[in-house]
Design a protein around this ligand. Structure first.
Ligand code: AMP
Length: 521
């Protein structure tokens, strides 16, 4: 039987000429040979630690080509890659390490001291550093390793990665993704989006998330296509490199930022064939303005950590139009249905819960069998937590007026979230988590955290706080305190102090009322 190891699959796409450039940064280039040799060195480093099968490799490092080599090395060694958002602070990392119990942890040298302490407490045997410039104890150790490695032989169901998604009840869940999940999705997207080895991908997304790592990087690697590798969104650099690129992937914020720069013109995009947007809803205004400015139509797709990619607007014109406000059709092999609260399928135009199945759908939540059972129907469909609709919404809906009447019946639109998730600049914020921290601050009686529309971030986090009798709450100090406890993107942009929160007859806080009150801000 063939090897289902994801690296073995990606490698089938590497070009015959291994001296060609695979990754280019403003500082230096890496050939396909380098990718093979460096990932082999990281694989050897990990394999020599003689960790048990399915050991977790936790990684909280800045984006660099070496960080990608560490990921590929982890795959080659047959271990489980566990990427962590670089914005996470001590208290957050402590939870992930205790929950995942990695055998080895990679961090930046800045954080080494506290990561070492937490990692040891969580039972990890090794901690290495890897910095943005590719240096660190991990790089030093890897450099001493042989540069050949026989990629581990894996089955489709063997785990390749665990991605943590924040939980609505405050507890983060680790989505377990297998080599088969990731490999099947990479192959489907390869075909569907017409990847070629002549493509050049502008890669500016973070690589601790499904979008940058599994959609963008896998796409280029499997195609044997060159990547322009930037540590983050940088408009000057993007404008410099775009003329030689053919593909770009971004969260909606990236497109808003590009449009805000008058230097972003049709000429800059002359070589491009595909702009992909996802992770959060792309506003039809952005979609339209982008088309007018560049002549290109952004392709919006929909997916999540638990499932990788699910739907996509058409790539080929002969398959249909790309329609603003929709996420297109289910990808080949992916099942999508929209159901009511009893899991009964709804018709075209009726808003309901989105459920999915397919070879891309994850294997369950790490050490949460009950939660996993709850999130799947008896007949094996995963409950995404998103609300969606096929075609155009039937009745006049207050939620999403943007769904045009011309939407074909087999196009899906995401109209909201049944869970209370806020997506700001492509990052997920679960209100419950921030509320819990605020509620513990002195003088706070209770709080509600909501997302309000924001032209740049999609949504902005806003906190509404009720003080205890006689207490005074000072919004800037609430923000300052939060900054030391949670990642910056989770810190409310605005904090309001009110006498009481609006509640329904069941005593539940009416967040929709709050959202309405503050939406104009
Ligand atoms: P994550 O697991 O961080 O990728 O977040 C997944 C969630 O992002 C999904 O469940 C959706 O709520 C949202 N999402 C992803 N892509 C889109 C999109 N194109 N439009 C609207 N929401 C999206």
């Amino acid at each position: 039987m063939g090897n289902a190891n994801l690296y073995a699959l990606l490698e089938t796409g590497f070009p015959a000429d291994r001296s060609a450039v695979a990754i280019e940064t403003p500082q230096r280039s890496y050939t396909w040979d380098d990718v093979d040799r460096l990932s082999a060195q990281y694989a050897n480093l990990l394999a020599n630690l003689e960790m048990p099968a399915q050991a977790r490799v936790a990684v909280q490092v800045e984006k660099s080509p070496e960080a990608l080599m560490l990921y590929l090395g982890t795959l080659r060694a047959g271990l489980i890659y566990l990427p962590l958002n670089t914005a996470y602070r001590e208290a957050e990392i402590e939870y992930f390490l205790n929950d995942a119990q990695p055998a080895v942890v990679f961090c930046t040298s800045n954080n080494h001291e506290w990561v070492q302490r937490l990692a040891t407490e969580a039972g990890a045997s090794y901690v290495y550093t890897l910095d943005e410039d590719g240096s660190g104890s991990a790089a030093d150790m890897a450099a001493k390793q042989p540069d050949q490695f026989h990629t581990s032989h894996n089955q489709q169901d063997d785990l390749a990665a665990i991605l943590y998604t924040s939980g609505t009840t405050g507890r983060s869940k680790g989505a377990m993704l297998s080599h088969g999940n990731l490999g099947s999705n990479a192959q489907v997207l390869h075909e569907y989006w017409g990847w070629q080895n002549t493509d050049v991908l502008l890669h500016m997304l973070p690589i601790f998330h499904v979008h940058g790592l599994f959609v963008a990087a896998h796409g280029a690697l499997l195609a044997g296509a060159r990547m322009i590798w930037l540590p983050k969104l940088d408009i000057d650099q993007a404008l410099h490199y775009l003329p030689q690129c053919t593909v770009m992937m971004g969260v909606p914020t990236y497109y808003v930022r590009l449009l805000a720069d008058p230097r972003f013109t049709r000429e800059v995009c002359a070589n491009m064939r595909l702009f992909v947007s996802g992770s959060a809803p792309l506003l039809p205004d952005t979609f339209n303005e982008f088309r007018e400015r560049t002549g290109h139509t952004i392709l919006e797709r929909y997916g999540m950590s638990e499932t990788v990619m699910l739907t996509s607007n058409p790539y080929l014109a002969e398959h249909g139009e790309r329609i603003a406000g929709t996420v297109g059709r289910p990808l080949p092999g992916v099942g999508v249905r929209v159901v009511d609260e009893q899991d009964k399928e709804l018709g075209v135009g009726e808003i309901g819960n989105v459920q999915v199945r397919g070879p891309n759908v994850f294997c369950g939540y790490w050490r949460m069998p009950d939660k996993t059972r709850q999130e799947f129907t008896e007949d094996g469909w995963f409950r995404t937590g998103d609300m969606g609709v096929w075609g155009a919404v039937k009745t006049e809906s207050s939620g999403k007026a943007s769904v045009a009447n011309t939407v074909p019946d087999d196009y899906l639109s995401i109209v909201g979230r049944s869970k209370d998730l806020i997506i700001t600049g492509g990052y997920n914020v679960y209100p419950k988590e921030i509320e819990s921290v605020i509620d513990q601050m002195p003088g706070v009686a209770e709080s509600a955290v909501i997302g309000i529309p924001h032209p740049d971030f999609g949504e902005a986090v806003v906190a509404v706080i009720v003080p205890r009798d006689g207490a005074e709450i000072h919004p800037p100090s609430v923000q300052a305190q939060l900054k030391t406890q949670v990642a910056n993107f989770k810190v409310p942009k605005r904090v309001y102090v009110v006498d009481h929160l609006p509640r329904n007859t069941m005593g539940k806080v009416q967040k929709n009322v709050l959202r309405d009150t503050y939406k104009e801000l």
